[in-house]
Design a protein around this ligand. Sequence first.
Ligand SMILES: O=C(O)CCC(=O)C(=O)O
Ligand SMILES: [Fe+2]
Length: 205
Amino acid sequence: MNGLPQWREPRWQNLAVPAGAELRLGLDVLAEPDALLQALRAEIPWEQHRLRLYGREVASPRLSCWIGDTDAVYTYSRTRFVPQPWTPLLAALRDGLAALTAQRFNSVLCNLYRDGNDSMGLHSDDEPELGLQPLIASLSLGATRRFRLRHKRDPARRLELELPSGSLLVMSGTTQQEYRHELPKALRVKQARVNLTFRQVVARG
Ligand SMILES: O=C(O)CCC(=O)C(=O)O
Ligand SMILES: [Fe+2]
C-alpha cells in the first residue's frame, strides 16, 4: 500500500437482525486491507491498558489506543482516557467513514488482537459521553474473527457474525442500550487483527 487508504463501493450484506438492534455489515469497503493493517500496526502508539474487573486490576487481553480530538475524553471501565492525536491514516479513515455513513466522528478506539488469544469481553458502548443512540462504525482488518451480540435481558435474541478483513460493521439505533457484544478468543487464529471503532464523543454538560 502506498499513501492513503483506497475506498471501494461496499457490498452491503443483509443481516437477520434480532429486534431492537440496528446493524449493517459492509464487505470489502477498502482496497488492500492487510497492507493497511501493517501500516496501522506501525503508526499507532499501542498500549496495553489495565482494566478494573470485579475490583481487581488486570492487563487487558489486547493492545489498544484511544485517538481523537483533544476534547474527546472518554471513560471506560472506570479509567479516564485522554486521546492521542490523530495519525495521518486514521484521519483519512475518519474522513472516508464520515462520507460513507453521513456521520461525524471525533474519536476512535483502536484495538490490536495480536492473535486468537486476544479478545474483548461482553460489554456495551453505552457510556453517557456517546449519547443515547450512538452510531459506531467498526472497521476490521486482518484475521477474520467472530463477533457476538446478546440482548441484555432476552437470551433468545442473539447474533453471531464473522467480521472479515476490510469489513465495516455499523451499529446504531438502540443497539448499545439493548445489547452487549464481545469478541471471544479464537485459539486457532494465529494472525493479527486490528479493529477501529469510530465514535462521536459529546462533551458532558
Ligand atoms: O474488535 C471488535 O470487533 C469489537 C471492538 C469493540 O467492541 C469496541 O471497541 O468497543
Ligand atoms: Fe464495543
